[in-house]
Design a protein. Structure first.
Length: 354
């Protein structure tokens, strides 16, 4: 079922007369539009995509399941949307919880006679379940991510800077027709204790943990992959930490089955790490949804008290970060199928000394 039809059915089931999608990820999801400005107005029986004159040609080429409307100066988005509200008989308008308070205030002022109501997680719940076509696109993004990771790992050696590896990651993705999904993380030695470290001019040294976290957006869909290696020589402490993080990652991937609870999977990772007194060094969530956005709707965390479902795609990325020593993270992308979890990222993850 096309995304528009899924939203229209959800609207009917929820008794909502219309929703306005404005967040870039949800707009892209429902329309396939890749420009920087646009929104989607959906009712149970109609769907309209609105943009400005800069994107008129692009919208007509990319948007297939919604009627395209565009405006040019001196008209503006509020006037154009208000015209559509009248044409479609919209009196009550659902909005995404992610819109800013200032946007909400502006809409209240500009959309006269329209009752604004939060649509809650109506659309984000739909976005969590990927169609087979979406899974296929995520799989292709993961294949490119794997190829990039293999190249990046081949560059890891004493004397090479984090910055040089980070630049090569960006160049590789762009050369292969993709965009970087996020600024790549290349963190060596003490820098690897920072979960979201940015590449620096620091040169890799013997005995370093080196963590590389990269991902791309290919044909509108994302990948997200992390590997950690040790350079030159490893201590027993290196091996102990890595093996425990890896065990947590592997076991949590296996737990991603329909009906499992997201918070329970997250807790399992912490239980495994606690066996070696490492849970105290794992502060972020176990994973997040993956799709149009690198951080798509959904989290694997203690707050995620809901059952997992077939069609969801998750990252699984436990980590341990010890100040002054270094850190380890291992991350894969996993789709839940009727036959269990399928790991989409294939780069080897056994303890490795390079």
């Amino acid at each position: 079922m096309a995304h528009v039809a899924r939203v229209q059915k959800a609207l009917s089931d929820a008794g909502l007369s219309a929703v306005l999608l404005s967040a870039p990820s949800s707009v892209q999801w429902i329309s396939d539009f890749t420009g920087s400005f646009g929104c989607a107005l959906v009712t149970p029986s109609n769907a309209v995509f609105v943009t400005d004159s800069r994107y008129a040609l692009q919208a007509n080429q990319q948007v297939k399941d919604l009627e395209v409307k565009w405006f040019g100066s001196p008209n503006n988005i509020y006037e154009t949307l208000s015209e559509q509200f009248v044409a479609l008989g919209v009196k009550e308008l659902g909005f995404e919880p992610s819109i800013s308070y200032s946007n909400w205030e502006t809409w209240k002022t500009k959309f006269e006679g329209i009752d604004l109501v939060s649509m809650g997680e109506l659309v984000t719940e739909l976005m969590k379940i990927k169609t087979p076509a979406e899974v296929a696109k995520i799989t292709e993004a993961c294949k490119l991510g794997d190829a990039c990771m293999q190249r990046a790992l081949s560059m890891v050696q004493v004397g090479v800077s984090e910055y040089d590896i980070g630049l090569d990651i960006e160049f590789f993705f762009r050369k292969n027709g993709a965009q970087i999904g996020f600024d790549p993380i290349v963190a060596s030695g003490p820098n690897s204790a920072k979960p979201h470290a940015r590449p620096t001019e620091r040169k890799i040294e013997k005995g370093d943990f080196v963590t590389i976290d990269l991902g791309c957006t290919l044909d509108g869909y994302s990948s997200d992959l992390t590997r950690t290696v040790v350079v030159g020589e490893a201590t027993e402490r290196h091996r102990e930490i890595y093996e425990q993080v890896l065990r947590a990652e592997v076991e949590c991937c296996q737990l991603l089955v329909a009906g499992s609870n997201g918070k329970d999977v997250d807790q399992h990772a912490r239980n495994v790490l606690d066996e070696k007194d490492l849970g105290q060094y794992f502060g972020h969530s176990l994973g997040h949804g993956l799709g149009r956005a690198v951080h798509d709707p959904g989290r694997l965390y203690f707050t995620a008290d809901e059952p997992l479902a077939v069609g969801q795609v998750w990252t699984v990325e436990p980590g341990v970060y010890i100040e002054g020593f270094g850190g380890v993270r291992v991350e894969d992308d996993v789709v839940i199928t009727e036959n269990g979890p399928e790991i989409l990222t294939k780069t080897p993850k056994a303890f490795t000394i390079v």
